[in-house]
Design a binder for this molecule. Structure first.
Ligand code: AMP
Ligand code: GLY
Length: 416
């Protein structure tokens, strides 16, 4: 029986642990650092997801057969390189390949060089030059901080004055960190998340999902890590999917090989179906969160075999997906994605029939409490998205907590 180490502590990692626990080959799952929900299905280990040396030592000392990396921060810290150098098997991209997410500018330059459809853009380090450029353009305009910002580094000002404020925050005051800004053309159309298992030139598509990035109902409010998702996405046709695979995902995998940083792991295409066809909004170098929580419950293939095929560069088993569809509603701490308080008791989860993946929870004096911005996701499965939505709504109403909010309109975009 195999021993697996999952790195990370959110809903995505909970869904990965859950999928691994369905594999008949997997005997023991560790999760570093994990959370209160993951602790029911895996042994949590108190090592930070960026402490790659300690993670490697843990894997060596405990005879780990395979490590699976969730968060981008671990990948950007070089966890895959460190594990491989120690002769350990690990699923995820190298630090060099993870740059496709860690630097928006790298991703945009790659797309420009290899003719991968994306919004027109320009990158700036200089505040005055950025202001001049924005002044000449149209609004809204898209401003992206060129570094990891947990889904919060994108601002879409409606006016020149707002744009100047944001550029000040990003380039003069370093409010997001020290980094460049990508100024992008504003595109319109429905968004969808296209995650693929990638091993160099080989690209194996997963079923589609759609995230809900804005904090409040009707896609209002600030961008978040994601407030809910569902899978599959009926508004995306087979032609859209084919185009996205052939003109985006496969050429991007090939571009990474050509650039000397072949990608192994999950390449996440955040795409928009514009009037001119699908275009790339962003690439991520890992499973999406909350997309993973609605996609992996639909995977029928043994996920240990899938991870192994990528990690070992061996043939991929056929990816099979359930007919049942999924819909997930995120419960977040009031104030998120801004400041929020923690430590509020969460009750009623035992009455919920759907799956619950914990995103930011902890145990305090024997009680489940909030411990993050996004706290948990309730994922309902049903024959149709309408039924899944109704079930998720009913289940989420059973959870009691004084400091949580959620969007009730997750999935409505599927019914338009
Ligand atoms: P990102 O972190 O790059 O995915 O951006 C976060 C969100 O901002 C996306 O999910 C979109 O909703 C929005 N966004 C980013 N880039 C654009 C763009 N060029 N045009 C319109 N909306 C965008
Ligand atoms: N849900 C978007 C992301 O994982 O970046």
């Amino acid at each position: 029986m195999k021993k697996v180490l999952v790195i990370g502590s959110g809903g995505r990692e909970h869904a990965i642990v859950d999928a691994l626990s369905r594999s008949p080959q997997v005997g023991k799952i560790f999760c570093a650092p994990g959370n209160a929900g993951i602790a029911a299905q895996a042994e949590c280990v108190a090592i930070k997801d960026t402490d790659v040396e300690s993670l490697k030592n843990f894997a060596l000392e405990n005879g780990i057969d395979l490590a699976v990396v969730g968060p981008e921060v671990s990948l950007a810290a070089g966890v895959v390189d460190v594990f491989k150098a120690a002769g350990l098997r690990i699923f995820g991209p190298s630090k060099a390949a993870a740059t496709i997410e860690a630097s928006k500018d790298f991703a945009k330059q790659l797309m420009a060089k290899y003719d991968i459809p994306t919004a027109a853009f320009e990158t700036f380090e200089d505040y005055d030059a950025a202001v001049e450029y924005v002044k000449k353009g149209s609004f809204p305009v898209v401003l992206k901080y060129d570094g990891l910002a947990a889904g919060k580094g994108v601002v879409i000002p409606e006016t020149f004055e707002e744009a100047v404020e944001t550029l000040k925050d990003m380039l003069l005051d370093d409010k997001f960190g020290k980094g460049k800004v990508v100024v992008e053309e504003f595109l319109t159309g429905p968004e969808f998340s296209f995650m693929c298992f990638v091993d160099g030139l080989d690209v194996y598509p997963m079923t589609l999902s759609q995230d809900h990035k804005r904090a409040y109902e009707g896609d209002k409010g600030p961008n978040t890590g994601g407030m809910g998702a569902y899978s599959p996405v009926p508004i995306i046709t087979d032609e859209d999917l084919e185009f996205s695979l052939e003109h985006v995902m496969k050429p991007t995998a090939a571009a990474m090989v050509a650039e000397g940083c072949p990608f192994t792991g999950v390449l996440y295409g955040g795409l928009m179906k514009t009037p001119q066809g699908p275009k790339v909004i962003e690439f991520n170098c890992r499973f999406g969160d909350p997309e993973t929580e609605v996609v992996l419950p639909r995977l029928e293939t043994d996920i240990y075999d899938v991870f192994s095929a990528v990690a070992d560069h061996t043939p991929m088993p056929e990816l099979k997906w359930t007919e049942e569809v999924t819909m997930g509603f995120v419960m977040a701490s009031k104030g998120y994605p801004g400041d929020y308080a923690k430590g509020f008791a969460i009750r009623g989860t035992e009455r919920v029939e759907s799956k619950i993946y914990h995103m930011g929870t902890a145990m305090k004096e024997g009680e489940l409490v909030t411990a993050g911005g996004r706290v948990m996701i309730v994922v309902a499965s049903a024959p149709t998205l309408q039924e899944a939505q109704a079930k998720a709504r009913e289940d989420i109403s059973k959870i009691e907590c004084d400091n949580l909010f959620h969007r009730t309109d997750i999935g409505n975009k599927a019914f338009k």
